[in-house]
Design a protein. Structure first.
Ligand code: ZN
Length: 322
């Protein structure tokens, strides 16, 4: 990976975050400066054509602008990408893309070299480039959103694994006896306890035990549970204790495998940091190799929603632009 002190390349990358809900596009230069940005709902359909059409239309609108040339496209997908960064192997939230050669189709339609990457992998790169993990070489990022995503960077390089699926931290097992089945087919995955979805589910399951909780009178959202916890609601506090405990178990496993300099925690659920961090740290202290646990930094992400897009741009400049 190149150093950030390199001179700014006057070209732009067309970066796309193809989320299950939103399609976000940005034109970004090699310093990380965002020149244009847009957000729309992800078009859903039986075939991937509607996604391709939306990207081609957006690119056409932006191409005609005066300004630096666009030299590559970098596309993030919420799923697994093959080791050639060419084909989507599986994307549970965008099933029409499964086994689709998105790279070849887009290169033909857009006329630029195209890179595909898993969204959570790219977020790790974005945080190392311009966020909480700047100047670090061994980084694990964990994104706590609707599910739990992960990215692993070893000695400055994104670790994709032998089959492209490294960093699936959300689907590591933390409780095989929970009886809770994950959408991946496994039982007891980390994302069943440490995601925004989990916050809502764990709250709903325990409403009857806390009849006085304000959450009995609300439509449940992760944000609402966090706000109740900030106001001292006992149910919300118990949910975040469980959340932090399971997250800490997951992080201790990562520390024992990778010995990273830093673990960056990203995603909307980070809002609850003050409510779960002490339980997370307690588990890390108890379960990770002691001398390492004391030195690993666990920090909130700094790039927000743009971590993935920025990582996509960095990867494109490193891999596609010579
Ligand atoms: Zn799973």
């Amino acid at each position: 990976m190149r150093e950030t002190s390199q001179p700014v390349n006057p070209a732009l990358v067309f970066a796309v975050d193809l989320g299950g809900t939103y399609l976000r596009i940005a034109l970004v230069d090699s310093s990380g400066k965002i020149h244009q940005q847009s957000k729309q709902r992800t078009p859903k359909g039986e075939s991937p054509d509607c996604v391709v059409k939306a990207l081609v239309t957006a690119a056409g609108n932006w191409k005609s602008d005066d300004g630096p040339p666009i030299v590559a496209a970098s596309i993030l997908v919420p799923g697994t990408v093959d080791t050639n960064n060419a084909t989507v192997i599986q994307a549970p939230n965008l099933p029409s893309l499964t086994n689709y050669s998105l790279k070849a189709v887009l290169e033909d339609r857009l006329g630029w070299p195209v890179l595909l990457e898993n969204d959570a992998n790219a977020a790790a790169v974005g945080e190392m480039w311009l966020g909480a993990a700047r100047d670090c070489r061994d980084v694990v990022s964990v994104t706590l959103g609707t599910g739990v995503g992960g990215g692993v960077i070893l000695d400055g390089e994104l670790w994709r694994g032998a089959h492209g699926s490294a960093g699936e931290i959300g689907h590591t097992t933390v409780d095989p006896f929970s009886g809770l089945k994950c959408k991946c087919g496994n039982v007891g995955c980390l994302e069943l306890f440490a995601s925004a979805t989990a916050i809502v589910r764990m709250t709903r399951e325990n409403l009857s035990r806390f009849p006085g909780s304000a959450l009995n009178r609300e439509e449940l959202t992760a944000e609402g549970v966090y706000e109740a916890g900030r106001d001292g609601d006992a149910l919300a506090l118990s949910v975040f204790e469980k959340f932090g405990t399971y997250l800490g178990i997951g992080l201790a496993n990562l520390i024992n495998i990778f010995d990273p300099e830093i673990i960056v925690i990203a995603g909307g659920a980070v809002n609850g940091w003050s409510l779960f961090a002490s339980y997370m740290q307690r588990e890390v202290n108890e379960r990770a190799v002691r001398a390492t646990a004391q030195q690993v930094k666990i920090a909130a992400a700094q790039c927000g929603d743009n971590a993935g897009l920025l990582g996509a741009v960095r990867l494109a400049f490193d891999d596609l632009v010579r």
